[in-house]
Design a protein around this ligand. Structure first.
Ligand code: NJP
Length: 237
């Protein structure tokens, strides 16, 4: 039987590149996101399975998980940022979006897929957090807090599951040129382009290859955390 990998947020960027990379490694890849037209095209390309998924919606996550009895890898990748306002100016709606998607989305998916990962006998959970999980910056409180939290969830779970056949890896990317900044600034190209001024960002494949490396380690090896950033981007400090 083919090994099964599940990738959330696979309709663009890092998720789509990861689905391609894991397919190259011989996994059958199940991809989920809200934009099902894009998912269907990618599933055709890689010979995978596309399932609609909204990680902010309990029923959607349950319906998704109910179709996956066994999974060897779960990549919690769905996520993103909204806005760049100071704490005093922050809009609650943007915080809600970020916390529902990054924090509760990761919690929902991890719990819903746990029986399938345990059924594998050698399950791996990769959660894509961010360099923002390791730093703070003015205007970033909504996003940095919404990425610190899945990191905390992840590290806690690793200790709670000691003795179970599950490995957990946190991938913390720096700036990657995807649709991330367009989503953050609600489609404003000029603001999105500014994010990458002064250095060459990563491309989605750079991160996907690292996830592929993690997924190809032997069962006794746990890569706890990988920070991957553009050479010329400052560190988390
Ligand atoms: O961004 P993008 P990335 N339910 O916008 C999906 C982190 N990161 O690839 O639902 C299900 O191209 C969305 O799909 P759709 C970042 O925080 C990035 O860069 O169809 N899926 C799309 O496939 C995130 O965790 C950078 O709209 C949902 C995907 O998420 C991960 O990398 C830096 C969803 C987002 O793809 C991938 O982001 C960093 C929902 N409710 C961390 N909402 C960076 N790019 O610079 C969204 O440190 N998605």
């Amino acid at each position: 039987d083919a090994r099964i990998a599940v990738v959330t947020g696979a309709s663009s960027g890092i998720g789509a590149a990861t689905a391609r990379e894991l397919t190259r490694q011989g996994f059958h890849v199940v991809i989920g996101a809200r934009r099902t037209d894009r998912l269907a095209a990618l599933a055709d390309e890689i010979g995978g399975t596309a399932l609609p998924l909204d990680v902010t919606d309990d029923a959607s996550v349950e319906a998704f998980a109910s179709q996956i009895p066994r999974a060897d890898v779960l990549v919690n990748n769905a996520g993103g940022a909204k806005g760049l306002e100071t704490v005093l100016d922050a809009e609650l709606e943007k915080w809600r979006w970020m916390w529902e998607t990054n924090v509760l989305g990761t919690l929902r998916m991890t719990r819903a897929l746990m029986p399938a990962l345990l059924a594998s006998g050698n399950g791996l959970i990769v959660t894509v957090t961010s360099i923002a999980a390791l730093e703070i910056y003015p205007g970033g409180s909504g996003y940095t807090s919404a990425k610190h939290a899945p990191g905390v969830l992840h590290r806690t779970l690793r200790d709670e599951l000691l003795g179970q056949p599950i490995r957990l890896t946190e991938i913390a990317p720096g700036a990657v040129e995807t649709e991330f900044s367009l989503v953050r600034f609600d489609g404003d190209d000029a603001k999105a382009a500014k994010v990458y001024e002064g250095f060459q960002p990563l491309v989605a494949e750079d991160v996907a290859e690292v996830i592929g490396f993690v997924a190809s380690r032997p069962a006794h090896v746990n890569l706890d955390q990988v920070l991957i950033k553009p050479r010329a981007q400052a560190g988390p400090g």
